[in-house]
Unconditional design. Sequence first.
Length: 296
Amino acid sequence: MDVRSNPLRVTLVMALMLVISACTESYDLSLTYTSEGVPRGVLSIDNIDGSVRLQRGAVGSRVQGTLRIRASGFDKEAQAKQAAEGVRILETVSAGELSLAVAIPAEHRNKTFSVTLDLTVPEGTEVSVTTDNGRISVNGLPVGVLDTTSGDVDLQFTSAVGTTTSTIKTNDGLVTVDSHDGPLDASTSNADLRLFSINGSTRATTTNGFIEARIFPPEGGDIFLATTNNGIDLSLSSSFGAQLLAVTTEPGAIGIAANLRFTPRRTFPGQLEGVIGDGRGRIDVRTTVGDVFIGR
């Protein structure tokens, strides 16, 4: 039916358009931030939505940097401004752990908020972050758990604490790690994993993404890499030995570099088992369709 032939429908459509257009005002606010408390070993951040970037600062310093707040979905810009100014960082300290939680005004919880945190953190502080729809970047700090529902994760010169495992969780986001000491567990979907100079046992999984990894586990360490519909390229240290299981499906192929001291045990279409070096560790790499290559 032609809308123009129905006055009631025309009125309803126009009213709906007015409602939609009336809630499009937003406001951007930038603030400097300094924490009241000082983390004594651990910092956790709970963000509602938006990116979090953490860099190493001076030992014993406070957490400080910039907050960028965006409030949107309001009838008037003045309302969006007031709502943005009402966003707070709630601090709690317990047993040396400083927790920062982004809180939005209760009366505006039906609106849309995004908060970007760009902070320096005292050297040696283990950081954990939870956010939605935002990138997480960490440089020069120990890592606990980094969890974003959708967004890239980027680590540089990070580490685990003791024997605990640093954990990365995201969806539809590229994961890049360049130099990490200690165990690592990284998972994403529909995106690549790029892991370079990982000095520890590693578990990394994705779907429909390529995995490129240079991993140097300790003697007897483990490597587990899994994806679908894409390839895996794994480089090892010359001293690492392991029991190997590699799996793919046609038309994918499995290749072992000539400079690896590899002894095959069982070979099936799309599957290779054998021993690298002294065989003390374990390597399990799995994909579908894509190629698997393992070398030095």
